[in-house]
Design a protein around this ligand. Structure first.
Ligand SMILES: Cc1ncc(COP(=O)(O)O)c(C=O)c1O
Length: 395
């Protein structure tokens, strides 16, 4: 194997994005050096400055998702926490929930937990084994009068397929069931308008396409929806009460917030507002298009999911026939400096859907910072791996 390890090509943005815009680092260092104080707690200028930065980040997110009232967005440490608040905080004994076979475990595990406890009934609607698509009629067929939540991933973290959340939301709304969207992969990578799409709850994570640091994320909750908080504690508000404030966002923001992280997240979102998410999407679609065109020329390379541009986001999964994904991932890293994610990507149901369970796939997750020449380089690397990978069956 031709070893070229001094070059680093980062294609693991679906796990966490890298690099971040320089503004993100600057905002975080500035927070540590110049802001310092505890947000929402003390009355002095350093604390007020910290609160202001958090408010600015909330406002920027509200603008990005077209949320009228920024206070309807609560900060969490990631989308997993947001999804747990949304599911565990909303569902009542006897409720029926509809979800899909493309979900990440951050949706599936809280729902399976509630199901195992006998608290909810869960219907998992299968997505297409070839395109990953979801037919809204399949959702309509399983709707019940007792359906109280539709929890749907916006785009698969395995094959990138976008699901028709707007149509699905309308189906649930007919029986008064809110739509919870897991936007972990789409927030910052694909335009999201909670009003136009009829989204009642939106869970997002800060460290992927929103370009912020790890430890940041949030949950948007439409006015009128009341969820039980997961945690209770100090919020800096209504301190005379020994019970949790009942208003957003404080209700879900117990304990001192990750202020330095949120300052970085705010800078990432400002960067995206400046560039335009549509621009980011177009760039990533160009990368996907280049990859798919090159992959079609490579023998033994199997790409999963829809091959139609515009049907998905900048996430692609593939295998080389006869080689395990872990071996391909290791060769891409050690031989070519290409960082990918291999295996099941915390979404076993998605791999059952596309027929790649239990070994999984190799995943490329592109970002705004990746280039066409990096994709070409990766295609050349894959061609070499296929050529040299004959010892375990390929080639
Ligand atoms: C679709 C989807 N949902 C949820 C998550 C969980 O994100 P986090 O680990 O930031 O909570 C991820 C991240 O891998 C994801 O891709």
């Amino acid at each position: 194997m031709n070893v070229e390890t001094d070059r680093v090509v980062y294609f693991d943005n679906a796990a966490t994005s890298w690099p971040k815009p320089p503004q993100v680092k600057i905002a975080m260092v500035k927070f540590l050096e110049q802001v310092g104080g505890s947000p929402g707690r003390s009355g002095h200028r350093m604390s007020i400055a910290a609160s202001r930065l958090i408010g600015d980040a909330r406002d920027a997110l509200a603008q990005l998702f077209n949320v009228d009232d920024p206070s309807r967005i609560a900060f969490t440490k990631n989308s997993t926490e947001a999804l747990n608040i949304a599911t565990l905080g909303w569902l009542q004994p006897g409720d029926h929930v509809i979800t899909t076979s493309l979900e990440h475990n951050s949706v599936m595990r809280p729902l399976r937990f509630l199901e195992e406890q006998g608290r909810i009934e869960l219907t998992v609607v299968p997505c297409s084994s070839t395109t990953g698509g979801l037919d809204p009629d399949d959702v309509r067929r399983v709707l019940r009068p007792k359906t109280r939540l539709l929890a749907i991933v916006h785009a698969s973290n395995v094959i990138g397929t976008l699901l028709p959340i707007c149509e699905i939301g309308a189906i649930g709304h007919a029986v008064g069931a809110p739509l919870l969207v897991d936007a972990s992969q789409t927030a910052g990578a694909y335009p999201i308008d909670v009003e136009a799409l009829g989204i009642d709850m939106l869970a997002f994570t800060g460290h992927k396409s929103l370009l912020g640091p790890t430890g940041t994320g949030g949950l948007y909750v439409r006015e009128g929806l009341d969820l039980l908080p997961l945690m209770r504690g100090g919020t800096g508000s209504r301190s005379e009460l020994e019970v949790q404030p009942d208003f957003m966002p404080d209700k879900y923001e117990s304990g001192t917030l990750n202020a330095v992280g949120i300052a970085g997240l705010g800078a990432g979102v400002e960067f995206l507002l400046d560039q335009g998410v549509q621009q980011v999407y177009q760039h990533e679609q160009a990368l996907v298009g280049r990859f798919l065109a090159g992959a079609a020329q490579l023998p033994h390379l199997i790409v999963y999911g829809s091959q139609d541009l515009g049907q998905g986001i900048g996430v692609v999964s593939f295998n080389i026939a006869g080689m395990s994904p872990s071996r391909v991932g290791l060769m891409l890293d050690q031989g070519f400096g290409i960082m990918t994610r291999i295996g099941l990507h915390c979404a076993p149901a998605a791999h059952h859907t596309i027929g790649t369970f239990p070994n999984g796939t190799v995943r490329f997750g592109f970002s705004y910072y990746n280039t066409l020449s990096e994709v070409d380089y990766a295609l050349q690397a894959l061609a070499k791996i296929i050529e040299e990978g004959t010892d375990d069956g390929a080639g």
